[in-house]
Design a protein around this ligand. Sequence first.
Ligand code: NAD
Length: 388
Amino acid sequence: MGFKNYTRKEFLKHLSYGAGAVFTLPALGSFNLFQDQKYYQIWRNFRELPEDQKLGVALVGLGNYSTGQLGPALLETKLCKLSGIVTGTPEKEDIWAEEYGIPESNIYNYDNYDEIADNPDIDIIYVVLPNSMHAEYSIRAARAGKHVICEKPMATRVEDCRAMIEACEEANRKLSIGYRLHFEPHNEEMMRLGTQQIYGPIREVNGGFGFNITGNPNVWRLDKEMAGGGPLMDVGLYVIQAAIYTTGKLPVSITAHEEKTMPEIFDEVEETLYWQMEFPDGIMMNGETSYLHGSNYIRAEAGDGSFGIQPAYSYGGISGETSSGTMDFPQVNHQTLQMDAFADHILNGSENRVPGEMGMRDVELMMAIYEASETGQRVVPDLSNYTP
Ligand code: NAD
């Protein structure tokens, strides 16, 4: 990263890092020595930055995820902090200002959003809006000169993902997706066991994530325009992610079919979707996602044993079993680690583990699953530009 696009604050922080004020082991992550380290072990060694040196994060959209998870997680981050909010609901302003000590000058609405460009307290904009709004608000964030974290799914169309990546590149700003499970130790263990073939080559992967949404059907999640799709875009995406990071491979072909029993509720988006993915080396993957049936697991069958986690994708309580016994890892705050990892990437050039390209790859894959479901045909996605 060249220095010319550093803000003054980033530049000072970078210097302080170089002078040994922070101990984050960033670049060392690529050495074999740390290959088996879980992210919480790396994060544990971060030395917390003084408040005035932490990168400032502004949350855009103060709905359930910001309120329940991201705001609280930012109280535990060591390299970044909550500095600003963007909300269209004036009543939320005082509540958040009081709870997180946010000055009035750092509170924005959707009309004056672009004025964030002039605010040096805000380094990162975190877009936590309904899916169809991710692209616009991420692109405007980059044009305002801010780094971007965008929630999953990255966008509702592949071309929007591309435009987001280009906007960040043009502005020389960093972009990451809210894929918190890359920083969760049980999920990281799935990556290790699978990619290092600890139980031999994987033969089959089974995974599912679904919940019953019908108690609250009047949500944007059931609006195709706002959500881009149904449970696949919302939670099935986690299963696709888990299959890829467990095998360390990208699928080569996809079949899928939908099941609909309540068309009056699911008149725009899918209700339940089952898909099969074929991976290289003959690995088969069966996935399911639903807005009716609950599921929350990923499991791999390998030549010399099996391993899996269930629940796999919740904010806490993740639990895993292998042929050798129960996985023994602590519960961590996924979002705290995810946001500090991004701050470390910005400040110290450590790896961006969940970049925009990964989000775009997954939108490509979800579109291929929809195509397979709608046509009944086997779809061969072109993923030649992507990595697992
Ligand atoms: P939510 O409905 O609770 O919040 C959405 C927010 O957007 C609300 O504050 C709402 O006021 C605001 N908003 C602004 N313009 C809007 C409009 N035109 N229509 C509707 N709402 C509008 O949703 P959420 O559960 O917080 O999800 C927000 C995003 O975060 C989604 O993209 C979702 O996929 C993602 N998310 C990610 C995780 C995760 O674990 N990474 C978990 C939950 C949600």
